[in-house]
Every structure is written in C-alpha cells, then in structure tokens.
Ligand binder design. Structure first.
Ligand code: PRP
Length: 191
C-alpha cells in the first residue's frame, strides 16, 4: 500500500487485505468456471452497480483464465429504505440491455447484508427465463441477514461493522480503497 493515501486516517483497521481479496477472487473464479465448464453460450455476468464494480472487473478477468467465455451486463437498482437499511422494495434504475432467455447467469454482488436486494433480484432475473441463475458475493454479513438467499459462492463473511473499501462506500466515498477496512466511528458520527 502506498504511504499517505487520503483515507488512511479514517480507517480504524484493515480486515481484508488487497492480497487476500486477490487470492479469494482467483479461488471463486476457479469454482464458478468449473461449475460452468459446459455452460452453452458461456456465462452472463450481471453486476449490480455501484458497489460491485471493483469485484466485477477483477472477477471477470480472473474468470478469463479459467473459462468459459463471459459477457457483462450491468444493472442499477435502488432500494427504498432508511439510510443503510434496505426495505426490500426495489426500483430498477438501469435494466439489462439484452434478453437472458436460456442463458447461464451469474449475479456479481459486492455484499449481501439483509439479503433483500438479492432476493428481489433473483426473482426478477428468474422471471426472464434464464437457464440458470447463481450468485457470487464477495462479502456477506451473516449477522444482518433478514432473508435467506441461496448465495452459492461467497468470498468472506465479515463482521457487522461499518466497513468500507473495494467498492463499499460511506456516503459514496471510500469505494476506491483497495482493501476492506472498518471506518473510525468519528468519521460517520460527524456527518
Ligand atoms: C449495497 C450492495 C447490495 C446491497 C446489499 O448496495 O451493493 O446491492 O446494498 O444490501 P441488502 O442485502 O441489505 O439488500 P447499495 O444500495 O448500498 O448501493 P451501492 O452498491 O451503489 O453502494
């Protein structure tokens, strides 16, 4: 890590390093590739903006080493709720650009918190007649899960703390932090 990044003083401690993220993504890519080796038409990755952008970019490249071929789709959804609490009522801000009928879809999520977003998204995608729908989530907060969602591939279980980095934000900031860290309480207390 380079010295003197603007965010260093705001992070209490690192819980997942850049290296750990890289290794885990390679591991996840190998598993997903092995399970989809015979997937006709390859894998259609569906990234949920914005938090999953970092993961999508690294995961797609890792998957490229193991195959099969992939295509990328991006969706943006907004969950009605209070602050960081999602309600399960989801509005589509950006839909898929193509038909997914008969395709092998893998939803790429950064984090499963309550599970409400994913639960809604899986139903939505399944209603569009794909051949298969699986989920790969890099992070999961087990303490906070409100609905059980079948997330087949999970990177890390993380504590129910205020974490940022590798796509996870606080008020849209800290997404570019290359590791996952716990934010100092005074940072969110002052906003
Ligand atoms: C985050 C994350 C998931 C969702 C998980 O997105 O990317 O989509 O919350 O929460 P849930 O399991 O409680 O539904 P967020 O709405 O913060 O948007 P962002 O990705 O743009 O930060």
């Amino acid at each position: 890590m380079a010295d003197g990044s603007w965010y260093d003083a705001d992070i209490d401690r690192v819980i997942i390093s850049e290296e750990q993220i890289k290794e885990k993504i390679a591991e996840l890519a190998q598993k997903v590739a092995a399970d989809h080796a015979d997937a006709e038409g390859g894998i259609l990755l569906v990234c949920v903006l914005k938090g999953a952008v970092m993961f999508m970019a690294d995961f797609a490249r890792a998957l490229g080493h193991y195959g099969p071929s992939t295509e990328m789709e991006f969706m943006a959804v907004s969950s009605y709720g209070q602050g960081r609490t999602s309600s399960g009522v989801v509005r589509i801000l950006k839909d898929l650009d193509r038909d997914i009928t008969g395709r092998h879809v893998v939803i790429v999520e950064d984090i499963v918190d309550s599970g409400l977003t994913l639960s809604w998204l899986m139903k939505y995608l399944e209603s569009r007649s794909p051949e298969t729908v699986d989920v790969v989530a890099l992070f999961r907060k087990p303490d906070a899960v409100k609905v059980q969602v079948p997330v087949k591939y999970v990177g890390f279980d993380i504590p129910n703390e205020f974490v940022v980095g590798y796509g996870l934000d606080f008020a849209e900031r800290y997404r570019e932090v290359p590791y996952v860290g716990v934010l100092k309480p005074e940072v969110y207390a002052r906003s």
